[in-house]
Design a protein around this ligand. Structure first.
Ligand code: SF4
Ligand code: SF4
Length: 375
């Protein structure tokens, strides 16, 4: 095992390969508070990439209701149980990662789902954290809660799937950090399916190979955002580039949200993969649950998010989510608008930070017409 530095757990850790970071790293922001579980992203991804034989059960993108939704069944509960006690001291993780807890003669701690585990992708949908008694009413505090968690492959910095493959068929592209399975080299041993704690590699029994999210790289290579980002009804998503803490760019929207304002946090950082999808945590959920799912900075991220309406830069970035089909590499607040720029610093989008509201009278005396929709 090599020693690598994982900034999300603020320490060195063991990994199967020496850490070589890509020239730049594909990353994403998901604002959980805006997701309505319409599953448009799921369908967009399904119809684009997994319509083939052997792929029927695959959802490279899925959206599950927490706390009782899972795909596959209990994916997070199982790996957290296997990992055991998870202790943090401030921002430093003191417990073991899935690489450091690997059983003898194995590279990664993991488990392989059965057909049954994949059979109910909508299980727990819209179920709240506890039963609501008859006659209960809203008290201003959410005693019972639920939220929608959209999930894709995290294109991890230290992928469990890549570490586990005995044929080195999984690789991380040096130009963008996207993690892919080489279909020619794969022999279908399914070690990656077992090792990915997020369960985002799938076995295709017809083809005899493992398959996974490719981050729509043909689009990303052309400066566009992936399909399920473009189709998102709630405009919860933004794809971009995430830097390490020592190379933060203040005009990079992802760096600004993750590193500077710490408003977005990774999913299960304690597992040790340095996942590259960052979530704005839900504002109404028990602190303990958020801590377990998003690590020690989740509560602070919620507090920062709640103040965004008084903060032009923060509000500006949130306005950029879902505002363009292209990748926003740079952003700038200009007066009451926010502008996004591509890699060559060409302006690709500009939106008002505060949407103007136009009120129209119900009866227009000039045109002598009545209007039903007056906002
Ligand atoms: S989320 Fe899973 S499949 Fe994706 S890179 Fe990480 S370990 Fe591999
Ligand atoms: S399309 Fe957007 S809003 Fe709809 S479920 Fe997917 S992430 Fe959520």
């Amino acid at each position: 095992m090599a020693k690598v530095f994982n900034w999300q757990i603020n320490r060195e850790m063991d990994y199967w390969y020496k850490g070589v970071r890509p020239e730049r790293q594909f990353g994403a922001i998901f604002d959980i508070n805006k997701c309505i579980a319409c599953q448009t992203c799921t369908v967009a991804c399904k119809t684009t990439w997994t319509g083939g034989r052997g792929q029927e059960y695959m959802f490279w993108n899925n959206v599950e209701s927490k706390p009782y939704g899972f795909y596959p069944m209990m994916w997070d509960v199982k790996i957290l149980d296997m990992l055991g006690t998870k202790e943090w001291s401030g921002n430093s993780y003191k417990g073991k990662t899935i690489f450091e807890s690997a059983p003898v003669n194995e590279r990664v701690l993991g488990w392989r789902p059965t057909d049954f585990d994949y059979a109910y992708p909508n299980i727990g949908e819209d179920e709240v954290s506890k039963s609501v008694e008859s006659g209960a009413f809203f008290t201003g505090k959410h005693a019972a809660w639920m939220f929608y968690l959209a999930r894709i492959c995290n294109h991890c910095t230290y992928p469990g799937c890549l570490a586990s493959c005995p044929r080195a068929a999984i690789y991380k592209r040096k130009e963008d950090g996207i993690v892919l399975v080489n279909q020619q080299n794969c022999r279908g041993y399914q070690e990656c399916v077992k090792a990915c704690p997020y369960k985002k590699v799938f076995y295709n029994a017809v083809e005899g190979v493992s398959q996974k999210c490719i981050a729509c790289y043909p689009l990303v290579e052309k400066g566009g955002q992936p399909r399920r980002f473009l189709s998102c009804i709630g405009k919860i998503r933004m794809q971009g580039w995430i830097s390490t803490p020592d190379k933060v760019r203040e005009d990079n929207p992802l760096d600004y949200l993750v590193h500077i304002r710490k408003a977005a946090v990774p999913l299960l950082p304690q597992l040790g993969l340095e996942p590259n999808v960052y979530y704005i945590p839900p504002i109404h959920v028990a602190d303990e649950f958020l801590f377990q799912l998003f690590g020690p900075n989740a509560k602070k991220a919620v507090e920062t998010y709640l103040k965004a309406r008084e903060d032009k830069t923060l509000a500006g970035i949130f306005t950029l989510l879902g505002s363009t089909q292209q990748t926003v590499s740079y952003f700038k607040v200009i007066g009451d608008t926010v502008a996004g720029f591509d890699d060559k610093r060409k302006e690709i989008v500009r939106v008002p930070i505060k949407e103007p509201v136009v009120k129209r009278v119900a009866f227009d005396s000039k045109l002598q017409v009545g209007r039903h929709n007056i906002t």
